[in-house]
Design a protein around this ligand. Structure first.
Ligand code: PEP
Ligand code: MN
Length: 361
């Protein structure tokens, strides 16, 4: 069991007037390239109503030789964006030096990238450097689909005294890149939100999809799942971008995407929905009862096996039973793998109960 701390006192990441309605939007280029590119992109976004601007100045790239960001001088450019447009500005930090320089330059929001979140030493170094400040921090999911590692990073930043913490779901690395650059595994952020309800949860459809055409559908999916906001890469000339060219959109496209989003506020349960939920609850009760009856029979079998000195696991019977249930499930319109994991879990608990009986003196 992990000894997770309980986090229930997080604050909104930005002043309430910037987040009156879902989605809270952070937009801007993958990288700050030149002062002109940064200011031009910022002007276009600001003219389209964007209030929070992003740009990476220290870029963690997969291969050496790629553009690794303009570094510290980009902080001054971000400050010009702030002065000219009034937008809040956000950038990525990965080391002690990045945090010190970004705090000194009074950058409004910091985010920790997926590669950095995957390394607890780096996250701890960032947390130690942040101690005593109250800057909002956004924590991307780690590269690997590991919820505990993600929560661990949140805990390290929380322990440094930061309370304006949000997360950015940007998908998880995988060898296969058929549809998404980083497959979403939506259930992971959904569980995270259940574990830490006060977290602000954003989706980054740009790194998740890896291409312009996937930005809109992923934004819609995030909204339907109740996410608070979106971090989207936008560039004044995406085709000429120095990094992540395929996934960046123009300010115009971004505006179109945001205007066509359907925001369904689903907190008000209608009569029908409550009734259906009541029925689900009742079926869950029944499932629990049936499982408990099944376990008493397993224990009965355990006693029999003990008396007759039989071994607990009879592999052939288990295989036959498993295959039969998978076939039945498929016939009933359920996924075979889903049934496989259910039967495996039930069987594992039955075996545990029988071992308990057999070993009892
Ligand atoms: C980015 O936001 O530009 C970035 C590098 O993202 P990630 O850490 O999600 O790969
Ligand atoms: Mn990028």
């Amino acid at each position: 069991m992990s000894a997770s701390i309980y986090i229930d006192d997080l604050k909104p990441i930005v002043p309430q007037n910037l987040a009156v309605e879902r989605p809270l939007v952070i937009a801007g280029p993958c990288s700050a390239e030149t002062e002109e590119q940064l200011l031009e992109t910022a002007r276009q976004l600001s003219a389209n109503g964007i209030k929070i601007f992003r740009a990476g100045i220290w870029k963690p790239r997969t291969k050496p030789g790629s553009f690794e960001g303009v570094g510290e001088k980009g902080l001054a450019w971000l400050n010009r964006v702030k002065e000219e447009t009034g937008m809040l500005v956000a950038t990525e930090v990965a080391t002690r030096q990045h945090v010190e320089e970004a705090l000194k330059a009074r950058i409004d929001i910091l985010w920790i990238g997926a590669r950095t979140v995957s390394n607890p030493f780096s996250v701890q170094e960032i947390a130690d450097t942040l101690a005593g400040s109250d800057v909002p921090v956004l924590i991307k999911n780690p590269l690997n689909p590991d919820l505990e590692l993600w929560i661990g990073a949140i805990e390290r930043i929380y322990n440094a005294g930061i309370r304006r913490i949000g997360v950015i779901h940007r998908g998880f690395s995988s060898y296969e890149k058929q549809i998404y650059r980083n497959p979403p595994h939506w259930h992971i952020p959904i569980e995270l939100r259940l574990r830490i309800p006060s977290l602000t949860v954003l989706c980054d459809p740009s790194h998740m999809g890896g291409k312009q055409s996937l930005v809109a559908p992923l934004c819609q999916e995030a909204m339907d799942l109740g996410y608070d906001g979106l971090m989207i890469e936008a560039h004044c000339n995406p085709a000429a971008a120095w990094s992540d060219r395929e996934q960046q959109v123009t300010a115009e496209t971004l505006t179109h995407i945001l205007h066509t989003l359907v925001i369904r506020e689903t907190t008000e349960a209608t009569e029908t929905l409550s009734e259906l939920r009541r029925q689900l609850d009742q079926l869950d009760e029944e499932l629990l009862n049936i499982l408990s009856q099944r376990m008493s029979i397993s224990r009965e079998i355990g006693r029999y096996k003990k008396e007759h000195n039989m071994k607990i696991l009879q592999a052939q019977r288990y295989d036959e039973m498993l295959n039969k249930r998978i076939a039945q499930a498929i016939e009933l319109g359920m996924d075979g793998n889903f049934m496989k994991s259910i039967i495996q879990a039930i069987h594992e608990e039955s075996v545990r109960q029988q071992i308990d009986i057999v070993n009892r003196s």
